[in-house]
Design a protein around this ligand. Sequence first.
Ligand SMILES: Nc1nc2c(c(=O)[nH]1)N=C([C@H](O)[C@@H](O)CO)CN2
Length: 121
Amino acid sequence: MDIVFIEDLRIDAVIGIYDWERRVRQTLSFDIEMAFDNTKPAASDNIADTLNYKDVSKRLMDFVGSSSFGLVETLAEHCAAIIREEFGVSWVRLKLSKPGAVRGSKAVGVRIERGDRLRSD
Ligand SMILES: Nc1nc2c(c(=O)[nH]1)N=C([C@H](O)[C@@H](O)CO)CN2
């Protein structure tokens, strides 16, 4: 199965378990891989046949930007569900990074995979 990806999608949101984190917006970064058969859009050259990464990005920007979860696990799960349910994606791998959250690290966060990755081989 082919992949449509979105790399380093940055979105500001309220996220975190500490009191100070409830009062600020922090920048999160998303790396997303979505299983999709790209042979049809490749043949038609028609955007309507694609898994449109701009549409997915805009939907996540709307959702994440107005969210206020405590844990990155919860936010990642909701984002994966949106991608699968609203865009018909059978398998998604999503890495959610919280840059600068832990002193001494570049980023912390979670990587999750949901659904079945269909194989063509
Ligand atoms: N597994 C997790 N560990 C931690 C989380 C989290 O969401 N998942 N969150 C925090 C704090 O909010 C932290 O990011 C603040 O620096 C700590 N550990």
